[in-house]
Write a protein that binds this ligand. Structure first.
Ligand SMILES: *[C@@H]1O[C@H](CO)[C@@H](O)[C@H](O)[C@H]1NC(C)=O
Ligand SMILES: *[C@@H]1O[C@H](CO)[C@@H](O)[C@H](O)[C@H]1NC(C)=O
Ligand SMILES: *[C@@H]1O[C@H](CO)[C@@H](O)[C@H](O)[C@H]1NC(C)=O
Length: 187
């Protein structure tokens, strides 16, 4: 004889299955809740698979990307994220200069990178200001912001810095710099 409990269990299990079937398929079909055609169209045109992946990861990390309908919106989103990342990277370098475990030969290198990041942040902030005040300057601001990131890279290279905890942080910031410049050029 089938017990009352197993009948109940069967009923509950059946009900749960029906519920799962009834959940709108769109929640599964949509790869990311923060994506949009504008994001995919822009990112998928970048030349390397690494750049495409970085672009998608960055833009999809922000819910504003879901409603972006033009590349100007993407530029604003990327700029906000880039500023946040550049500030974090600069602050990390500043912390290293104050850490008595940091080897002395690294200090002037870090100081120059901190100054390059400061300049880059200033230029990144100009990107959105010029979008309103002086649109033709936008791509130039983005270019200078990226150049300042490259200045830090040159300083690290010239001084033979190979510490991964510095290079990996810088690489992300510099990937943002290139992304911003590419978006700015597209508008
Ligand atoms: C979408 O945005 C939310 C809120 O900012 C965030 O928590 C989530 O990680 C984002 N999704 C992806 C795929 O990055
Ligand atoms: C954004 O830029 C990409 C790459 O240049 C371009 O293919 C796309 O048409 C642009 N999107 C819009 C909405 O202008
Ligand atoms: C290095 O800094 C720590 C605290 O940050 C301190 O305790 C330590 O004494 C310092 N070492 C030297 C050699 O100054």
């Amino acid at each position: 004889m089938v017990s009352n409990t197993s009948v109940k269990f069967f009923c509950i299990a059946f009900f749960v299955k029906v519920l799962i079937f009834m959940t709108p398929s769109s929640t599964y079909a949509q790869g990311s809740p923060n994506s949009s055609k504008t994001v995919d169209d822009f990112c998928n045109q970048r030349s390397t698979s690494e750049d495409r992946a970085f672009c998608l990861t960055v833009l999809k990390s922000n819910p504003r990307s879901a409603t972006a309908t033009d590349n100007i919106s993407l530029l604003k989103i990327a700029k906000d994220l880039a500023v946040g990342n550049a500030k974090k990277t600069r602050d990390f370098f500043t912390t290293l200069t104050k850490n008595n475990g940091t080897r002395p030969s690294l200090l002037p290198v870090l100081d120059e990178c901190i100054s390059a990041y400061d300049e880059s942040i200033t230029e990144l902030l100009l990107v959105t200001q010029d979008l309103v005040d002086d649109p033709p300057m936008t791509a130039y601001d983005a270019h200078v912001a990226n150049q300042e990131m490259n200045r830090c890279q040159d300083i690290l290279k010239t001084n033979g810095v190979s510490d991964d905890f510095i290079l990996s942080r810088h690489k992300i910031a510099s990937d943002y710099g290139r992304l911003i410049e590419e978006i700015a050029k597209s508008i």
